[in-house]
Design a binder for this molecule. Structure first.
Ligand code: ZN
Length: 339
């Protein structure tokens, strides 16, 4: 894999005491964010970037530009289990001893990222077989295996649960477990804003400008109970926080979560309308239905996201009674409800 050090990290203060450091991430415009939080309470790093060659040096350079360092860190918070957010956590812990705070499934990922990848790929194989999708969709996940196998591991000193309050800099952050983008999405929402009327929340990838409104591999950690409805409910709750500044895992801070959510919701409803139009009384497999909705075969890179989006629409159509799920030869089928 290519090194990451061709661009220097972007460092900007996004709120009083909070610095966004955008680290280069191969192939993703805008890279991946970590946030440095400073004040009277613990100096905190929210998220730990992708463990690519050169990434730790990039992070150290970013911290230096911000007037800080790895050794100054007193707490490491992690928003979800994806490798571009928890990837360097164990290495940072190993170098500095900084305590890690995360929910149980994220802690499990930091304690054994390889076991998690094996479970995810296993879940993915069963998932795509049930939906008649090509096995090659998992090649990207499988390609991460050598990287993940070589990662250091670390214990999580503080296992967080819903409603816990974490002190970071001057901020009291309430832990909100809100599966959506990933099954482990954790939001850290300021309860008593340092800037009155302007609460901040560290949201990871739960919402960011370029994110699709799609549960990603929604069920891989066993939280597959209606992932689309769960995600939409969580997004509505976040969008309803007055004055929220959402500090995201990728790209600039978001001051208009409500508008972005309304926009995404509209796009989802239009997609769902196209799925409704494609349904017939004869049951069809998920992938076959997708090929008609998409008017062609999606690339392997985007196939899983497309499948996730299609399943989100089908879940919403099930809720409104427009589609019936069945099974034939071990595969899921979908048929329009008789009018
Ligand atoms: Zn991410």
């Amino acid at each position: 894999m290519a090194g990451t050090s061709t661009e220097s990290p972007l460092v900007e203060e996004v709120a009083p005491g909070i610095t966004r450091i955008a680290l280069p991430l191969f192939g993703i415009a805008g890279g991946v964010n970590v946030h440095l939080v400073r004040g009277d309470g613990p100096t905190t790093l929210v998220d730990a970037a992708m463990p690519l060659p050169g990434a730790l040096e990039d992070l150290e350079a970013g911290l230096r530009t911000a007037g800080s360092s790895l050794d100054a860190l007193e707490l490491l918070l992690v928003t979800h289990h994806h490798l571009d957010h928890m990837g360097l956590a164990a290495e940072i812990h190993g170098q500095t001893g900084v305590p890690i705070a995360a929910t149980r499934p994220v802690a499990d990922a930091i304690a054994d990222p390889h076991a998690l990848l094996v479970r995810e790929v296993g879940w993915g194989e069963a998932h795509i077989a049930r939906h008649g999708a090509p096995d090659g969709l998992l090649d990207l996940a499988r390609a991460g295996e050598p990287l993940v196998r070589g990662l250091p591991v670390a214990p999580t000193a503080r296992v967080l649960t819903e409603g816990d309050v974490v002190r970071a800099g001057d901020h009291d952050l309430v832990v909100r477990v809100r599966p959506g983008h990933s099954p482990t999405d954790t939001l850290f929402v300021e309860s008593d804003p340092v800037v009155p009327g302007r609460p901040v929340a560290f949201v990871g990838d739960h919402v960011f400008r370029a994110a699709p409104l799609t549960p990603v591999l929604g069920s891989m950690l066993g939280t597959d109970q209606r992932p689309a409805a769960t995600y939409l409910r969580a997004l509505e709750e976040t969008a309803a926080i007055p004055g929220l500044l959402a500090l995201t895992g990728h790209g600039p801070a978001l001051a208009d979560v409500a508008a972005l959510h309304a926009d995404r919701r509209g796009a989802l409803d239009r997609r769902t309308g196209r799925v409704r139009d494609a349904l017939t009384p004869e049951p069809r497999g998920t992938w076959d239905l997708g090929l008609e909705v998409w008017r062609g075969v999606p690339s392997e890179r985007h196939g899983l996201t497309r499948l996730g989006a299609l399943l989100a629409s089908l879940e919403l159509l099930e809720d409104e009674g427009a589609v019936v799920q069945g099974e034939a030869d071990g595969r899921v089928t979908w048929a329009a409800t008789a009018a």
